[in-house]
Design a protein around this ligand. Structure first.
Ligand code: BES
Ligand code: ZN
Length: 633
């Protein structure tokens, strides 16, 4: 368990192998570092998997949509070398813990910390299976219970879960660490007018009795267990892919995601067979706090990517790519998060390039780099400037707070640099072998660096300042610079407008959503009311049905005090709960005196519509106190 301190052992090992010297310390050989039979210490879980670990879960739960509570049992197969197993819980009521014959087992719940409460269960000799009966608490962090008014069809309630990073423990008592994998089955009872789907084999039709059964036959970590319950319909795209959504949205979703099968084929051509059977996407109500979540077999997605023109579907490529980077080879701890997201952004770019060409992928990269630069600036000025390292140290903190664009964009930039050093052919072979060699296993940054050196850098005689990339702050100077000719053209049009050319005369024909996003994000810092009016009159931004374009425009409205946009802003913030949109908008509001008051007023009303992860972030951003009185104007 005393695995590696950041850079301790590995630094020495990389040096040794680089000099061609055989490492002699048995703990320090390449084989021992790449040995995945021992669990790595995860500071964000109470579990002690090297002592006792779960290998399979059978979940049997009832979802009470009215009481907004889940009640049932989670039974586990266990492998133990000690007489106790520790599970994670957060806000759960533990009703009983029994062995497979129903005998009560001695158990206790530890103190409540950032990690929730440890559930310690005594394991008399010979006990290899336990069953925990439990119910979820009020405000369970993973769960968002929606009343009909918060759904798109406005007729039925809805429930969805969000497990990543450490929220699964708030709806299932489980060893909630990305390094611990297990298979699962589930029996879920819901009201008969609703349908349940999970990150597992899924129904395509409503059952008569409201009972649904699921199997996940590949071992996955707890953060990838997911459930959604609502008035869902299914529509197939092709024989391997399809969409779930509320009835009124499913046709639109199927049209938007028509290319999903092609994305899947492109991904397989790059990095090997898809190992999960079907790949479906569920479009959730607008309060879903993320763009997408890569729950295996069933990506959870925000409806804000239903732009009506397929312009935002690279998000599906991203979540699909996680079927390899993240779900197949998984970050062992949240400090290694960049291994999940950096690889996925890189892979997303390659899928996008295969389907839509280099120009498209170039725009994606440029947008990502702009995001990265903004994040770097913000982190440099924050309480945690070390968060711009790829290898994080999140001990003692909520991991969600340190999981930023760094992992995504600095991570992807690092991989693009590696690609540029050895060429695409060798790099692709390396990545493909990496996914095969470590399939269904966890990966630490240390292990990756050893494997990288052994399989790619040393054989190709590549010298790189790996340390600057992995354990240094900021973006190293050898980062590849994205280029986009299409964005250069957008820049030329914007410059012409700033110099006085009327907006109506700009050459914007055939601009994609990405080009509009780039245009909007790079407008001058200050614009006059006339300029704002001219832009809106010419391009109808306030009425845009594309959430990326709309949110970029609303941010400009706030910064330039363009009150014509405020009705739409209020409506947007009251329906959409996607954190990526909320953060820049509330941040912009916070920047002006009038905006500050407006932010408080809007948030007071909107807050009950957001999922706990968004609430957590915006509470902190706005310095929100729970008992905030309503703001008077
Ligand atoms: N796994 C992430 C979402 C996530 C990250 C949840 C950290 C909890 C903690 C997912 O794959 C993701 O990255 N989603 C992005 C979309 C993407 C295209 C960058 C998002 O939600 O915006
Ligand atoms: Zn991701």
């Amino acid at each position: 368990m005393a695995f590696l301190s950041p850079m301790g052992r590995i630094g020495a090992l990389v040096l040794l192998t680089a000099c061609g010297t055989e490492a002699t310390d048995p703990d320090n050989t390449i084989e021992s570092v790449l040995d995945t039979t021992k669990y790595v210490m995860d500071t964000h879980s109470n579990a002690l998997p090297n002592e006792a670990v779960i290998t399979h879960m059978d979940l049997d739960i009832t979802v009470d949509m009215l009481a907004q509570q889940i009640h049932g049992t989670a039974a586990f197969d266990i492998q133990a070398t000690t007489k106790q197993i520790v599970l994670d819980t957060d806000g759960l009521t533990i009703i009983s813990v029994t062995d497979s014959t129903g005998n009560a087992l001695v158990h206790s719940l530890g103190d409540s910390t950032l990690l929730g409460r440890a559930l310690k269960v005594d394991l008399p000799i010979g006990i290899e299976r336990i069953k925990v009966e439990y119910s979820t608490g009020k405000n369970a962090k993973a769960l968002q219970w929606l009343v009909p008014q918060q759904t798109m069809d406005k007729e039925h309630p809805f429930l969805f879960t969000q497990g990543q990073a450490i929220l699964t423990r708030s709806w299932i008592p489980v060893q909630d660490s990305p390094g611990i994998r297990f298979t699962y089955s589930a029996k879920v009872k819901v009201p008969t007018e609703l349908m349940a789907v999970m990150s597992a084999s899924n129904p395509q039709k409503r059952s008569n009795d409201g009972v649904y059964t699921f199997q996940m036959e590949e071992p996955i970590p707890a953060y990838l267990i997911a459930l959604a319950v609502g008035d869902l319909a299914f529509k197939s795209i092709d024989d391997r892919t399809g969409v779930y959504a509320e009835r009124g949205v499913v046709d639109k979703a199927a049209w938007e995601f028509a290319d999903t099968g092609k994305m899947l084929a492109a991904a397989e051509a790059l990095y090997g067979p898809y190992r999960w059977g079907r790949y479906d996407v569920i479009v959730l109500p607008p309060s879903f706090p993320f763009g997408g979540m890569e729950n295996p077999r069933l990506t959870f997605a925000t409806p804000t990517i239903l732009a009506g023109d397929r312009s935002l579907t690279s998000l599906v490529a991203h979540e699909l790519a996680h079927s390899w980077s993240g779900n197949l080879v998984t970050n062992a701890t949240w400090n290694d998060f960049w291994l999940n997201e950096g690889f996925t952004v890189y892979f997303e770019g390659r899928i996008s390039e295969a389907l839509y060409g280099k120009e498209y992928a170039g725009m994606l990269q440029q947008l990502g780099r702009d995001d990265l630069n903004a994040t770097l600036k913000q982190i440099a000025e924050s309480k945690h400037p070390e968060d711009s390292k790829l290898r994080l140290d999140l001990e003692g903190r909520d991991p969600d707070d340190g999981m930023t664009d760094i992992a995504y964009e600095k991570g992807a930039a690092f991989l693009r640099l590696l690609e540029s050093k050895v060429g695409r052919k060798k790099f692709d072979a390396f990545v493909r072998d990496y996914f095969d060699r470590f399939a269904f296993q966890s990966m630490t940054t240390d292990m990756f660096l050893v494997y990288l050196d052994k399989e790619l850098l040393a054989p190709n005689n590549v010298k790189l300042n790996i340390n600057a990339w992995v354990d240094g702050v900021g973006l190293p100077p050898d980062a590849p610079v994205p280029v986009s000719d299409l964005f250069a053209k957008v820049d030329a049009q914007r410059t012409a407008w700033v110099a006085g050319k009327p907006a109506k005369e700009l050459q914007t024909k055939n601009w994609s959503a990405f080009e509009w996003m780039h245009f909007l994000r790079h407008l001058p810092k200050e614009m006059s009311p006339q300029q704002m009016n001219e832009l809106d009159k010419s391009f109808s931004f306030t009425r845009s049905g594309n959430a990326e374009i709309l949110s970029a425009w609303l941010e400009q409205c706030i910064r330039n005090n363009h009150s014509e946009g405020y009705v739409r802003l209020d409506q947007f913030l009251n329906t959409v709960g996607r954190r990526k949109f909320l953060v820049p908008l509330y941040t912009a509001l916070k920047g002006t005196d009038k905006g500050k008051i407006l932010a408080q007023a809007i948030y007071l009303e909107a807050r009950p519509n957001y999922h706990s992860v968004s609430v957590h972030t915006i509470d902190e951003l706005l310095d929100w106190k729970n008992d905030q009185p309503p703001v008077n104007f």
